[in-house]
Design a binder for this molecule. Structure first.
Ligand code: G6P
Length: 608
């Protein structure tokens, strides 16, 4: 979603801000802009489209100064055009604001400001913040921002500069992530650590209600009553090369190929083979507490919701604790059965998805214990959950989630092992699962070594306009995820279905134009899926089968085949999802789509 970066220090701000924006571009990118203190006032340059367009504008007419703020926008209010791009400037041109989030009472505030003579240039909710700050400004920027924010309902991560109280950035957070980066006599503000990682690893994460005041001499964190707060300085352990493409044409491909390592990293130090269980230091739950829950609710969005479905199967099969999976956006608005005897597992790569965060807060409000399965260290869900499991998959930049998914499933397996062994899962079963888990990174490597087979398949199907993905058991969520990957980046309509359920509707769509991907490894439901393959073939569908061995039962019934190694049923979805990620990737590339920045999508959806 939208990204913020700001800089105050001795260096020229514009190149630093542009570099930061480029690193944030993966989050949302329909327009971008900067505002710089140029010595005589606030100078703003903004442009619709990609950051390279803004960069060209700035190289044609450089803006020189050492304090500035910048923004990449993902439109919520108003068209993604130049006027609506951030920063937004106050009526008198002295104050510039960048904003992530939504000001819910912007219409009321706008009317009030218009009554006081302010005129509005844009259709955005953000512009009210610029004018409001001017309205309250009496020489001290943080005081004016505090007054303005007191009038605002909604969510915000903001950075503000003023020509009068210059060489200062005021930043504030409520509901939209923001952090302060501490350099050597220079300070940054950013919505995502990747924007500033090239310059510092020391950060202070802001919490809701926090305000940061940065100038060349230091930083202060205060609350909305201007009371000074003491905040912990955290060290970010991501490396710069992890947020760069490292020779791959796209982040998505790099991240697909990282999976042998990222899955390994999720497991590292956590498997206890002798006892057939796992060690999860971050759960913050005693064994007795873990045993005390009557039910588990897992809530998430997008790809993370698909891993939640796999988690449901895993936990119910191995621990017999009832599990419900809920879309985070739905969970909040119904009346779910959640109380003190519920464990709520919240899955989120970014740890910032607005609906997931709100669902977690709702579960907490109802008394549930919350566990976050999160990739981004220090993210809001990681900080607000009662405990959790970090994925340790490293930064995921490609908008289409890949390595986070396989690590989420791995983390859910680790959790299931732990709970299962505390309940009545046998040590032998635990050891069998651990042996199979240990083999997964090598098996993924084997699949990746045959990526060219998938590329050839992509050539064959790149012109398709619809796709069906079918699987059973653990591979039904894998089918959903395969279909989601394809639609996200290639814009081909695709649906995932439980293979047998296909008969109740989607079968009507099948003809010689319809590619149908069957996830059909030799697992316990293989026999059942062969009849579904026949049903498709009988209607002339084009069958692509993900299999794991020579299957006489499929002879003559499939058109294309890709082999994956064999594993336990409950690990199958990890292996099956890798060729499906590759298929989506290669089809999208062959169609000329922008794989890392698919249209309309954002990496982290921080609005409802
Ligand atoms: C967006 C992304 C998806 C992601 C979903 C949930 O829609 O484009 O790739 O799966 O958000 O994100 P989260 O960070 O909570 O896992």
């Amino acid at each position: 979603m939208c990204g913020i970066v700001g800089y105050v220090g001795p260096k020229l701000a514009t190149p630093l801000l542009i570099e930061g924006l480029k690193r944030l571009e993966y989050r949302g990118y329909d327009s971008a802009g900067v505002a710089i203190m140029n010595g005589s006032g606030v100078e703003t340059v903004k442009e619709s489209g990609k950051i390279t367009r803004l960069e060209s504008l700035l190289s044609a007419t450089p803006v020189v100064g050492t304090t500035g703020i910048a923004h990449t926008r993902w439109a919520t209010h108003g068209q993604p055009n130049q006027v609506n791009a951030h920063p937004h400037v106050s009526q008198d041109g002295t104050i510039a604001v960048v904003h992530n989030g939504i000001i819910e009472n912007s219409m009321v505030l706008k009317q009030m400001l218009e009554g006081r003579g302010y005129t509005f240039q844009s259709d955005t909710d953000t512009e009210v913040l610029a004018h409001l700050t001017q309205e309250f400004f009496e020489g001290n920027l943080e005081e004016a921002v505090i007054q303005a924010l007191r009038m605002v309902e909604g969510t915000y991560g903001i950075a503000v500069i003023s020509a009068t109280d210059s060489h200062k950035i005021v930043a504030a957070r409520k509901g939209s992530p923001l952090l302060v980066g501490l350099g050597d006599q220079e300070y940054f503000v950013a919505s995502d650590v990747s924007a500033i990682l090239a310059h510092t690893r020391q950060v202070v994460y802001l919490d809701d209600g926090d305000l940061a005041v940065l100038d060349r001499d230091g930083y202060r964190i205060i609350d909305l009553d201007a009371t000074e707060l003491q905040k912990k300085v955290s060290r970010v352990d991501w490396d710069l090369d992890q947020i760069e493409r490292g020779g791959f044409p796209h982040f998505m491909l790099k991240e697909i190929f990282e999976q042998p390592d990222t899955i390994e990293n999720t497991m590292r130090g956590r498997l206890l083979p002798d006892d057939g269980t796992s060690r999860l230091g971050g759960l913050n739950l005693t064994d007795d507490e873990l045993l005390s829950f009557d039910n588990i609710v897992i809530t998430a969005c997008g790809t993370s919701w698909h891993s939640a479905l796999i988690g449901e199967n895993l936990i119910e099969e191995l621990t017999r604790v009832p599990v419900e999976v809920e879309y985070a956006s739905e969970f909040r608005y119904r009346n779910p059965i959640v109380n003190e005897r519920t464990l709520c597992i919240v899955i989120s790569q970014s740890g910032e998805t607005a609906d997931t965060l709100a669902a977690m807060r709702e579960a907490k409000r109802r008394g549930a214990r919350t566990l976050g399965i999160v990739n981004v260290v220090g993210s809001t869900i990681a900080r607000e959950s009662d405990g959790g499991i970090y994925l340790h998959a490293g930064p995921e930049i490609g908008v289409a989630s890949t390595k986070a998914f396989t690590s989420q499933v791995t983390a859910l397996l680790l959790f299931t092992l732990k709970l299962g062994r505390l309940r009545d899962m046998s040590i032998l079963r635990g050891r069998e699962i651990i042996d199979a888990m240990k083999a997964i990174p090598g098996q993924v490597r084997d699949i990746l070594s045959r990526a060219d087979e998938i590329e050839a398949l992509a050539e064959e199907f790149k012109r398709a306009s619809n796709f069906l993905y079918l699987g059973r058991g653990y591979n039904f969520p894998a089918a959903l995820e395969g279909a989601l990957k394809l639609k996200e980046i290639s814009y081909i309509h695709a649906e995932g279905y439980p293979a047998a359920e296909m008969k109740h509707g989607p079968i009507a769509l099948i003809d010689e134009m319809m590619p149908v991907v069957f996830i059909a490894p030799h697992d316990s439901v293989f026999d059942k899926i062969t009849s579904n393959v026949q049903e498709v073939k009988a209607r002339k569908g084009r069958v692509i089968a993900i299999t794991s061995r020579d299957e006489p039962a499929l002879k003559g019934k499939i058109d294309y085949e890709f082999r994956i190694p064999e594993t336990l049923d409950l690990l199958g979805s990890i292996l099956a999802s890798v060729p499906l990620q590759l298929l989506a990737y290669y089809i999208a590339v062959k169609r000329g789509a922008n794989v890392d920045q698919p249209r309309n999508l954002a990496k982290s959806v921080t609005v409802e």
